[in-house]
Design a binder for this molecule. Structure first.
Ligand code: NAD
Length: 480
């Protein structure tokens, strides 16, 4: 077991009140790490440290040097990738092969933003013959980042690398349910040579450290990843200081399956997709919208795959691991009970796994629900567990209405061989990312990511994130 302090001004220190909290392995309930518990006074110290580092050092560091430092962070993450993957599996229950992939993606974020740090530039505007007018993109200054627990290292890398590449300093609050690898990342950035105070990492609870950070008047930009409910609170407290906010919230991402799709391929990929991160990923395909002509055949292919999935501790690298907490399992089970009461039918899973030695973990079997209709709670709310809801449709308009029928708008997936129809749907579906005949887009660090509707606003990832983390200044020079 390891103990972590708060990373403030380049040093790991105890919280001012001397308190700690623990994180737990979802498969066993064992303690994974102990973390200093920040309260408002510690958050104030972290913001002051980030402010001083920005004013005194970081804003004068060239983009070339910032990029070089980020590449060094990438190199150091890669050199301890296996250790990080094993710890991620223990801390958040991510099955080992996915944890390995998360670490690889974290490396890519630092490589990508390290390589594009020098590529951000403004525009020249043709105001008139005697005027030189141009824009520059300047960092905001101090960024507050508050993250969720489902991709801890990956998500910390995503926000941190972009903010630093753009020239900001950061105070990052780790997710209290899985803070381990973000704490390790704090040590890695320090060892990589980032100046003290450029990255500050605080651990603690949302209502304490999180609220103190999002409402701090000396923060210049707040980036939040988490639930809609907390997003509202965070945005309101940032708004009180007129501080801009980026909100990456939840999703209920539909997969629309037309009869001409390769049903076997889609069933195979969808089965893998809805159990990613044990069903706890914001953009995974959790709602299947399937044409009536192929519904039964498709469900049959799907169920045959899901029934073969293994469930077990993340370190065994099964198909599905434990949920993050007992409360999360209770929440998922509540949704399953409500679904059956409202008329849905369980055709795979539906309970806890029977394997005798899994009793101490927070497991739910991978579950497929059919006879789901758009009015049901499970069709509209984010379950955040390994549960796929299948809804039928008959016409293209009906498919679009179901796909757009939730408050969310994060991702959508359309499967058809009819390119005209596919393109029409990519335009009609309201989501931040729409995929036609695929579930992912390869090297995803390069593409912008964010939501429509209640899934949030602002964009992380890709070059677009450099715009997110900078503000435009117009400079006008009059030749006299
Ligand atoms: P959550 O909203 O409970 O917590 C997220 C973070 O906010 C945590 O660090 C928490 O400590 C903090 N927090 C809680 N209350 C706060 C407050 N009053 N002020 C400031 N901070 C506060 O969410 P969660 O359960 O950790 O994560 C699950 C949710 O995150 C899901 O809805 C999921 O879809 C979403 N998510 C979105 C993305 C994305 O990129 N769109 C990625 C991952 C997860």
């Amino acid at each position: 077991m390891n103990t972590f302090g708060l990373l403030i001004n380049g040093k790991e220190i105890e919280a001012s009140a001397g308190a700690h909290f623990a994180s737990y392995d979802p498969a066993t309930g064992e303690v994974v790490g102990q973390f200093a518990r920040a309260r408002a006074a510690d958050v104030m110290a972290a913001v002051s440290s980030a402010r001083a580092a920005y004013e005194d050092v970081w804003r004068d560091v060239s983009a070339t040097e910032r990029g070089r430092l980020l590449q060094e962070v990438a190199r150091r993450i890669r050199s301890q990738a296996e250790r990080l993957a094993i710890d991620e599996a223990r801390d958040c229950g991510k099955v080992l092969s996915q944890a390995r992939n998360d670490v690889a993606v974290a490396v890519r974020y630092f490589e990508f933003f390290g390589s594009v740090a020098t590529a951000l530039h403004g525009e020249q505007i043709p105001v008139g013959p005697d005027v030189i007018d141009f824009t520059v993109r300047e960092p905001y200054g101090v960024c507050a980042q508050i993250n969720a627990w489902n991709f801890p290292l990956n998500m910390a890398a995503r926000s941190l690398a972009a903010a630093l590449a753009a020239g900001n300093t950061v105070v990052l609050k780790t997710p209290e349910l899985a803070p381990y690898n973000t704490a390790v990342l704090g040590r890695i950035v320090t060892e990589a040579g980032l100046p003290p105070g450029v990255v500050n990492i605080v651990h603690g609870y949302g209502g304490e450290a999180g609220a103190a950070l999002s409402g701090h008047p000396d923060v210049d930009l707040v980036t939040f990843t988490g639930s809609i409910e907390t997003g509202r609170t965070v945005a309101a407290s940032a708004a009180a200081n007129i501080t801009p906010c980026v909100l990456e919230l939840g999703g209920k991402s539909p997969t629309v399956v037309f009869p001409d799709a390769d049903l076997d391929e889609v069933a195979g990929r969808l089965a893998r997709g809805f159990v990613e991160a044990n069903g706890q990923s914001c953009d995974l395909p959790s709602l299947a919208v399937v044409h009536t002509d192929v519904h039964d055949e498709f469900v049959d292919r799907l169920v045959r795959r899901v029934e073969k999935f293994t469930v077990g501790p993340a370190g065994e690298d099964p198909d599905v691991g434990a949920l993050i907490s007992e409360a999360q399992r209770a929440r998922v089970e509540g949704y399953l009970t409500a679904a059956v009461e409202q008329g849905a039918r369980v055709v795979a899973g539906g309970g806890r796994p029977s394997r005798a030695d899994l009793g101490s973990g927070w497991y739910v079997e991978p579950t497929v629900l059919v006879d789901v209709t758009p009015g049901m709670t499970v069709a509209s709310e984010e379950i955040f567990g390994p549960v796929l809801c299948v809804v039928k449709f008959a016409t293209e308009d009906e498919a679009v209405a179901i796909a757009n029928g939730t408050a969310y708008g994060l991702a959508a997936f359309v499967w058809t061989r009819d390119l005209g129809r596919g393109v029409r749907l990519t335009r009609r579906i309201q989501a931040g990312q729409v995929y036609l005949n695929c579930f992912t887009s390869g090297d995803s660090v390069m593409i912008p990511f964010g939501g429509f509707k209640s899934s949030g606003y602002g964009r992380e990832k890709g070059f677009e994130a450099l715009r997110t983390y900078t503000q435009v200044k117009n400079i006008c020079i009059f030749a006299r």
